[in-house]
Design a protein around this ligand. Structure first.
Ligand SMILES: [Zn+2]
Length: 355
């Protein structure tokens, strides 16, 4: 049997930044076929694996991609942790979960001499969005499952995750030489008015944030800017408030062009649906009971970030996202403790035995 540390090191040393998951997908497909799973892969590269001769009743899901800088990762093993060498991320997000799933399945087969009744869904482009969204969901036979994609000490369960939409507002005027402003239409002026009026940061309700991340304008100091684009996002746990701000942004963006000849277009993209799991949900209660048998009393949290659970829960599945023990994800200081890697593997092993 492969040790969790060896398995983890093997996975993080396969480069898989978002959109370039071919190598890790090939590795996993081989592994799955060798362990008696049938494998299907969708057009974007996400994989679903079903045990041969066993009807699955639960899903385990992990994403194969990492953020950048994520190529040429050289993991460093210390007495207590595995970390990157400081020039890249480590990729423990989400390869700690991937490695733990593989080791737990292998241990299950060694103990029970057959596969667990679990489907394994390994996705692409979770970090950038647009990966699992177009997955052929009718390939998935079970309805409930677990994801371990929340960087916090093991034992946390996400009950609420936000709705997010990216927006871009483009103002278009007409360029002219700076010395002949009367021949141009300045697209930056209404954009500044829009930014002055737009509420940014945490909104009164506390569960909604608006951010402006990018502003692009003009082509030179001595040119009247023809185009200005402002990009931002709205995220909220509350669907009603979220909708209200989206509408407000659309109206505000256009209002500032009144009495100008500037054209304004507002585009919404990168939508990710939010979700809320009831504390009385039966699958949640079952998961809590299993954790308690593993001597973990879970705590419930609302996340401000999203995961594949958002997409799957919006498509008729009940996916519970749990913490993975990863520290400082998406940074050059990313690490995971050896004890958390072990704990994650044992926890998944217990889940598999009790399906
Ligand atoms: Zn992740």
């Amino acid at each position: 049997m492969t040790s969790i540390v060896d398995q983890f090191i093997e996975l993080v040393t396969i480069d898989s930044p978002s959109g370039k998951e071919e190598h890790i997908a090939e590795y996993l497909k081989k592994w799955l076929i060798n362990h008696d799973f049938s494998v299907k892969q969708d057009g974007l590269g996400s994989i679903i694996a079903c045990p041969n001769h066993i009807k699955p009743t639960q899903i385990l899901c992990a994403h194969m991609d990492t953020v950048e800088p994520g190529c040429g990762i050289k993991p460093v093993i210390t007495k207590t942790h595995i970390q990157s060498d400081g020039t890249t991320i480590l990729g423990a997000d989400n390869k700690a979960a991937l490695a733990a799933i593989l080791c737990a399945v292998e241990k299950h087969i060694a103990t029970y001499h057959h596969n667990p009744a679990v489907e394994l869904l390994f996705t692409v482009k979770e970090e950038t969005g647009g990966g699992v969204n177009n997955f052929p969901f009718d390939w998935i036979l079970s309805k409930n499952g677990l994801i371990f994609d929340y960087a916090a000490p093991i034992g946390k369960i996400i009950l609420d995750a936000p709705f997010i939409t990216n927006f871009s507002v483009t103002y278009t005027g007409k360029s002219a030489h700076a010395s002949k402003p009367e021949e141009g239409i300045n697209a930056l002026i209404p954009a500044i008015k829009f930014l002055q009026q737009l509420p940014v940061g945490k909104m009164d309700s506390g569960d909604t944030t608006i951010n402006i991340g990018l502003v692009e304008s003009g082509s030179g100091i001595n040119v009247v800017p023809e185009q200005t684009t402002i990009c931002g996002e709205v995220r909220s746990q509350n669907q009603e408030i979220y909708q209200k701000y989206i509408e407000k942004i659309k109206i505000m963006a256009k209002t500032v062009t009144h009495n100008t000849h500037v054209h304004c277009s507002v585009n919404l993209d990168g939508y990710c649906p939010g979700y809320s799991i009831s504390p009385t949900d039966s699958f949640l209660k079952k998961t809590v009971r299993r954790l308690k048998r593993f001597n973990i009393t879970p705590t419930f949290e609302a996340s401000t970030s999203v995961s594949d659970a958002n997409i799957l829960n919006a498509n008729g599945f009940k996916m519970i996202n749990m913490s993975d023990g990863v520290e400082n994800p998406h940074t050059l200081n990313e690490k995971i403790s050896l004890s958390n890697l072990d704990k994650l593997t044992s926890m998944i092993y217990i889940f598999l035995a009790e399906i």
